[in-house]
Design a protein around this ligand. Structure first.
Ligand code: BG6
Ligand code: MG
Length: 212
């Protein structure tokens, strides 16, 4: 086997939360009178909450103090979490679950490497609360992708060398983070067009062909 472990990004890879992020940022942007659309939302992929806020505020006419920025980020997160509460195990596709089970059956360790501080909440909502061997997320990092920190921590938690891990990502910043960590990367969705990854997945189950 080429790898001993797989480290999955969460949002946009294991499940789809993009639209909830969009709705929550849009609600904040509307209240502040800031233009916001899907293409700006796409730039927030893989980016931490506070760095995302800075991108949203690029079109803001006024200025926010550090305290007001924290309050704005919290307001967005409250809206986002209220939307996440609608998620259930029905939001985990059969393809993703069956592929994860098949990878595990091959003896691979399975970890999460996500910038989100809501990782554990989301995993519980979709019925994967206890599924992954280790989780590295927004609560244990200080630097956002494309910095490799989140993936290096995932490898450390899994007790694997970075070169033995394959990262699965939907963000170009995430593919760059994987490479900076010394890991191969498989791109899915938005990250495919970046053309940087060792593998391009048309569908999640294509992963099974990358590991043997
Ligand atoms: C990433 C998302 O997974 O998590 C980003 O792709 C998001 O869009 C980031 O900003 C942080 O998420 P959270 O849940 O901590 O606000
Ligand atoms: Mg993602």
């Amino acid at each position: 086997m080429k790898y001993k472990g797989i480290v999955f990004d969460l949002d946009g890879v294991i499940c789809s939360t993009d639209h909830y992020h969009y709705l929550a940022w849009k609600a904040l942007a509307d209240r502040l009178g800031i233009y916001f659309d899907e293409s700006i939302n796409n730039r927030l992929r893989g980016v931490s909450r506070m760095a995302s806020l800075d991108i949203v505020l690029e079109r803001y006419d006024g200025t926010l103090s550090a305290e007001e920025k924290l309050a704005a980020a919290e307001e967005k997160n409250d809206t986002y979490r209220a939307l996440l509460r609608q998620m259930s195990p029905a939001d985990l596709s059969d393809e993703v679950k069956q592929t994860l089970d098949a990878l595990r059956a091959k003896g691979l360790l399975l970890g999460i490497g996500s910038s989100s501080k809501n990782t554990k909440f989301i995993l519980e909502r979709i019925g994967l609360g206890d599924y992954f061997d280790k989780i590295s997320d927004g609560t244990n990092i200080t630097r956002s992708k494309p910095d490799p920190e989140v993936f290096l921590k995932a490898a450390e938690y899994l007790a694997l060398a970075p070169r033995d891990c394959l990262v699965v990502e939907d963000a170009v910043a995430g593919i760059q983070a994987a490479h900076a960590a010394g890991m191969d990367a498989a791109a899915i969705g938005d990250a495919v067009s970046g053309g940087l990854a060792e593998y391009n997945l048309g569908s999640f189950s294509d992963l099974l062909r990358c590991v043997d």
